[in-house]
Write a protein that binds this ligand. Structure first.
Ligand code: COA
Length: 320
């Protein structure tokens, strides 16, 4: 936690520091069928477990891709430690039979130069935006929340969608998947069982989901959904997950109405919450427009980089 918070202070000084709440679960719990393997770097002059952890790498093995996370204490950077840590995880991914590796890289930080020096290539870009609850125009939001066309009903479900709606919920996610050209480092759960597993995993990791749905009353279909997660590790800043308006239900004010309703619900349910952050592809103009109306302010770019595992292992081979 100390190292993680030192990294945050150096690289993302406006992000809230983490608290010691379900951090072990956050790191250790995964979706069924996925595995996360972690290593820490410690001072080898002290007995194991007695020194401070000053570097960490983990690889999440999911589907056919390994997803890396690396961090090195700001005081110990540019000594080759980051590269060594990536080497350990990359060799493991190679031995496990994985051929590609991905990583999320935060714009305007040392990580860009680091991953590019290892031969990683930029594959996807999003912009992170942050909304500050204390600055919101609640009157304007109330109008947005009420501005949905007749024939739709908005529902709020803290924790999980109700079980009788799981199938319709998964169906809405499935339809949205074709609109997305993301690298899928965090694939959507598009069948009911996987959706349930994914909600259970969130809860086990200390990530509390809140869901607002738009139901098309004539058919009972889920026409739109928005998900916000409040992490036990930083409950003052929530993460916006998916927002989906099914193509045939677009143009009826659903996006604005469900997101505005979500903010009202969060204000009551999470009194400690100060901000919500979201990530959007730059080409997703209609969603960016609605987010700007709600009060989201662009913060910084967020990239997905990828590399071929065999090539990476070769690049990282120690040279005498
Ligand atoms: C990225 C990170 C892991 C690099 O760790 P490190 O131990 O300093 O990296 P290394 O010393 O192994 O660097 C290897 C090479 O990467 C490149 N590199 C590393 N930092 C760089 C920088 N600031 N600018 C340009 N290139 C850089 C260099 O080519 C370097 O080789 P050199 O020092 O011989 O020139 C570290 O900066 C970090 O922890 N960043 C924060 C990670 C993060 O964003 N976490 C998630 C959110 S908190």
């Amino acid at each position: 936690m100390e190292t993680y918070n030192a990294v945050l202070a150096a690289d993302l000084p406006d992000d809230p520091p983490w608290q010691e709440a379900q951090v072990r679960e956050y790191l250790a719990e995964t979706m069924p069928g996925e595995r996360r393997i972690s290593w820490v770097a410690e001072d080898d002059r002290l007995p194991e477990g007695e020194s401070k952890v000053f570097g960490h790498v983990s690889i999440l093995l999911c589907g056919d891709i390994g997803v890396l996370e690396v961090l090195v204490h700001p005081k110990l950077r540019r000594r080759g430690l980051g590269e060594q840590l990536v080497g350990v995880a990359a060799r493991r991914a190679y031995l496990e039979g994985f051929s590609s590796i991905g990583v999320e890289v935060i714009g305007s930080t040392a990580a860009i130069g680091f991953w590019e020096s290892l031969g990683f290539e930029r594959e996807y870009v999003e912009t992170r935006s942050v909304l500050t609850l204390s600055k919101l125009d609640w009157e304007a939001l109330a109008k947005m929340a009420a501005g949905i066309s007749p024939g739709y009903r908005v529902e709020y479900h803290p924790g999980s969608p109700p079980s009788d709606l799981l199938e319709a919920y998964a169906q809405a996610k499935l339809e949205a998947q074709s609109d997305d050209d993301d690298l899928e480092l965090t694939p959507r759960s598009a069948d009911p069982q996987r959706l349930k597993d994914s909600l259970d995993t969130l809860h086990r990791r200390g990530l509390k989901p809140y869901i607002v749905l738009a139901i098309h009353e004539a058919s009972g279909a889920v026409a739109g959904l928005t998900e916000v997660v409040v992490p036990a590790q930083h409950p003052e800043r929530a993460d916006q997950y998916d927002t989906i308006v099914v193509r045939s239900h677009r143009g009826y004010g659903i996006d604005r109405a469900i997101k505005a309703r979500m903010l009202f619900e969060l204000r009551t349910a999470e009194p400690g919450l100060l901000e919500v952050q979201t990530w959007n592809a730059q080409h997703n103009e209609s969603m960016l427009k609605v987010n700007a109306e709600l009060g989201f302010q662009p913060d910084r770019d967020w990239f997905e980089y990828g590399a071929d595992v065999a090539q990476l292992v070769q690049t990282l081979e120690p040279t005498d």
